[in-house]
Design a protein around this ligand. Structure first.
Ligand code: GLC
Length: 469
């Protein structure tokens, strides 16, 4: 940063201060977010026509796995950058038939933009083709296979194997699917090919799969969390509180569609000009506003927009940007992770690495610019982790309230690229959760869920079908 004159230097400092202020959320503000979220949860559970911005969608999964699920299943994982097909065998643990062991084989297929922004027939035809390629490769074309389908978008479910798409999120925009039952569309595409013998027996959100796979080993696991391309949570709710589903006894897992929090305006006070710009340039404006402050699909873009503003005001890069810096989507969330990681311990070395990234973007940074870019990445990451912490704390308090107990240990099964790969996110989130829950009697544990989207869907499918291996 080489300001031309003193006035400009002062202006830069004021601009930095204002950005810092906008992105900083103190505990009081975070507790307000929690309080609002708790009311919206209750409101969302009560009525399907509620004004709550939380979907609070019943998943028809009514218990965590009991451990005696066995069999061979196909699991499909759709909702991130790629599509995955998995063959999952749930077997007896060697020497202990009361426990199970899971064997998996999987194949990853890319999802070209022409497919995820094309039409329904092309989309489901492509998915069915990928499944056929996998089955062919593994000699499964003639085997009957129950399918657990992890479909990570908001679905209105009327049962475990029915799900009507409410809206697309995360850059997907396939025409002709909204309002349709996704299981029927996929089944039709599979039947049209006529070369496979598989049946979708369960459709689950990725948060639900994550919670289920974690609950297999962690009995206190009552919450599933994803912080990846998107951000969402599910939790076990008392059925008597779920007014859209009949029944008074037992529990039901609720897909909160946490990413949609704020879509009714309740977060307007803390949304910045950068959040508004990310939203209005997205494929789904006014939708999933909380997600757009937290998840991997948007963190890089938030940083880029802030850097553009700082550049235009002459506060960094000597006021000179580059074509790439001014192009939407060019500052990847992976850069945010790399920059956070590389500046954690070794400032000097860190600056060299930050400089390399910025040079790739066609910029000519000095040390002060590298520092500034690191600060912006940190502020955006910290806010995301703290908002996510407020979400987790609010859900955990609801779980405790349902159990009517003084104190409770709640385990959160968690997955997603931001949680796994961002160097400071998980720590910032768990520290903040601890602060926010201090004095409430709730203690929260995060457990990384291994392959929840695959294993979890297979576990739900297992609960639904006969043992087939
Ligand atoms: C989006 C989807 C949600 C999913 C989340 C994480 O928020 O709407 O269903 O769980 O991304 O993948």
């Amino acid at each position: 940063m080489a300001p031309n004159n003193e006035g400009q230097a002062e202006g830069s400092t004021t601009l930095f201060k204002s950005i810092k202020q906008q992105l900083h959320l103190d505990n009081e503000q975070l507790k307000q977010v929690m309080g609002t979220m708790q009311s919206e949860m209750v409101e969302g559970l009560c009525r399907s026509d509620s004004t709550s911005s939380l979907g609070m969608l019943p998943s028809y999964v009514s218990s965590v796995p009991c451990g005696d699920e066995r069999g061979c299943y196909l699991a499909l994982d759709l909702g991130g950058t790629n599509f995955r097909v998995l063959l999952i065998k749930i077997l007896d643990e060697t020497n202990d038939s009361k426990k199970c062991r899971v064997e998996m084989a999987n194949q990853i297929f890319s999802l070209p933009e022409s497919i995820i922004q094309g039409d329904s027939e092309g989309f489901f035809g492509y998915i069915a083709e990928c499944i056929a390629m996998f089955c062919e490769e593994h000699g499964l074309m003639d085997s009957y296979l129950p399918v657990g389908f992890t479909f990570s978008f908001p679905l209105e479910q009327r049962g475990l194997n029915q799900g009507v798409l409410l809206t697309w999120t995360k850059g997907f925009d396939v025409s002709g699917v909204k309002g349709q039952d996704v299981v029927q569309l996929l089944t039709a595409a599979i039947n049209k090919r006529g070369d496979m013998n598989c049946e979708v027996v369960a459709i689950v959100n990725d948060t639900v799969g994550t919670m289920m796979s974690c609950a297999l080993t962690e009995p206190h696991c009552k919450i599933g969390l994803i912080v990846g391309t998107g951000c969402n949570a599910c939790y076990m709710e008392k059925l008597s509180n779920v007014h859209m589903v009949d029944g008074e006894h037992g529990d039901m897992c609720i897909n909160m569609e946490l990413g949609g929090f704020g879509d009714n305006g309740v977060l307007d006070e803390i949304r910045t000009e950068f959040d508004k710009a990310v939203d209005s340039d997205s494929l789904n404006p006014d939708c999933h506003l909380f997600e757009k402050m937290i998840s991997g699909m948007y963190l890089g873009e938030l940083v880029r927009l802030i850097l553009c503003k700082l550049t235009k005001e002459g506060a960094i890069f000597n006021g000179e940007g580059s074509k790439k810096l001014f192009t939407p989507g060019m500052f990847k969330t992976a850069y945010v992770s790399e920059i956070e990681y590389k500046s954690v311990d070794d400032k000097l070395h860190g600056n060299i690495l930050i400089r390399n990234i910025l040079q790739e973007l066609g910029l000519t940074p000095d040390d002060a610019d590298c520092e500034a870019v690191h600060n912006v990445c940190h502020l955006v990451s910290k806010r995301a982790a703290h908002l996510c912490a407020a979400g987790v704390a609010a859900v955990a308090l609801k779980v405790k309230e349902n159990h009517d107990t003084e104190s409770m240990k709640v385990t959160v099964g968690v997955d997603g690229t931001v949680y796994r790969k961002h160097p400071t996110f998980s720590k910032l989130m768990s520290q903040k959760v601890e602060e926010l829950c201090d004095g409430t009697g709730v203690s929260i544990d995060f457990v990384l869920s291994h392959d929840g989207s695959g294993k979890g869907a297979a576990l739900v499918a297992a609960a639904m079908s006969e043992k087939v291996c």
